[in-house]
Design a protein around this ligand. Structure first.
Ligand code: PMP
Length: 385
């Protein structure tokens, strides 16, 4: 099977016919992945932050099995169902009170595409066709589809590979005031200037709240986010927050924007929404934004085949319930304490640049790029993915 995989199947950001061996996972339970030879390794990556309860969770399994017996999938055009309605109710309940419209989609990247469409249509439906740019941030990451890619960091997002076909947006410097650091107004200057100079052309600002994930695992001051919110309101630009990685308790708050006591105009969630069981995402927005989108008889122009897939929604309902009925704040706090205590020791190593922790996120940044060919098997030997 591994031979076949190597010959025919593409993996994320990897060459076809890769030199690195794939790790074959047979099953998974709790925090452990079981490999081909029966060895169990601890998943330190939570399958790209999506598996918040561990693998193979009874209540999530049961939710899926029960829903399969009813209906696994049905189109959402002209049709609705209980799992979607219940999930929408839950999401509206647990996010800011201003967010009361939900669009379900099938992945985080698509949730971002939908958010961008909402922002552009909000202005164009009301007759403002000047606002054709998004103000994004260096070191940001929002997904791999074209719209999402156009708001990712131009360097790590490989914009050069798509020169000429990617929408050109405006980028502000990455948040420079790190979490816990003393705030200074100079930290917002670059963003403020870019907004002041370009706001008539900017439909929205997009940002990962408090943690810039895939673009560098940078944990920044909530004060930065607060100032971004204030400036967006001042310059009449919509604020999109991408909580796809940070949502559902990861940073110690249910949603990372709560660290700053603010709310976005548009919110993207995904990953952990189903406890990492299957692909589902949602874009939430306010009544005001939807009224703008729908001005002059327009409608939001999006409608994926698997929109609000009942099976995924049923598992998401079970996952959110399981989370909310658990002492999750205390657990995340304990994880943070342990990560901080034990990872800080790594700072003694000369190859380590910095150790950072927030909630259930632990980062060990090295001075040089990681040699995965060497590092992955070494970690597996130690029992860790
Ligand atoms: N936004 C953020 C912040 C993410 O971390 C990711 C996934 N790594 C995405 C968007 C894209 O989500 P997906 O991979 O489900 O398309």
């Amino acid at each position: 099977m591994l031979e076949y995989d190597r010959e025919h199947i593409l993996h994320p950001y990897a060459p076809s016919n890769p030199s690195l061996n794939m790790t074959f996972v047979k099953s998974a339970k709790g925090v452990y992945l079981e490999l081909e030879d029966g060895k169990k390794i601890m998943d330190g990556m939570s399958s790209w932050w999506s598996v918040i309860h561990g693998y193979n969770v009874e209540s999530l399994n049961n939710a899926a099995i029960e829903q399969i017996g009813k209906v696994s999938h049905v189109m959402f055009g002209g049709i609705t169902h209980e799992p979607a309605i219940k999930l929408a109710q839950k999401l509206i309940e647990i996010t800011d009170t201003s967010l009361e419209r939900v669009f379900f989609s099938d992945s985080g990247s698509v949730a971002v595409e939908v958010a961008l469409k909402m922002a552009f249509q909000y202005w164009s439906s009301q007759g403002n066709t000047q606002k054709s740019k998004i103000l994004a941030f260096s070191k940001g990451y929002h997904g791999d589809t074209f719209g999402a890619m156009s708001v990712c960091d131009p360097v790590t997002g490989m914009h050069s590979a798509f020169e000429g076909v990617l929408h050109k947006n405006i980028f502000a410097q990455a948040p420079a005031c790190m979490f816990g650091e003393q705030w200074d107004e100079k930290h917002i200057q670059d963003f403020k200037i870019k907004l002041q100079e370009n706001h008539t052309h900017i439909a929205a600002v997009i940002l990962e709240p408090v943690v810039q994930g895939a673009g560098g695992m940078r944990i920044y001051s909530p004060e930065f986010l607060k100032r971004v919110r204030e400036l967006c309101s001042e310059y009449d630009v919509l604020l999109i927050l991408d909580e796809i990685a940070t949502g559902f308790g990861r940073t110690g708050k249910l949603f990372a924007y709560e660290h700053a006591g603010i709310a976005p105009d548009i919110l993207c969630v995904g990953k952990a929404i189903t406890g990492g069981y299957m692909s589902l995402a949602a874009t939430l927005t306010t009544k005001k934004v939807m009224q703008g989108v729908e001005a002059n008889g327009n409608v939001l122009m999006h409608g994926p085949t698997f929109m609000a897939n009942p099976l995924a929604c049923a598992v998401a309902n079970a996952s959110v319930e399981l989370l909310l009925n658990s002492p999750w704040e205390e657990r995340v706090h304990n994880i943070q304490t342990q990560l901080h205590k034990e990872l800080t020791k790594c700072e003694e190593l000369s190859i380590v640049k910095e150790v950072r922790t927030l909630g259930a996120i632990g980062v060990v940044e090295l001075n040089e790029e990681v040699d995965l060919g060497f590092m992955t098997p070494e970690f597996i030997k130690e029992g860790v993915w």
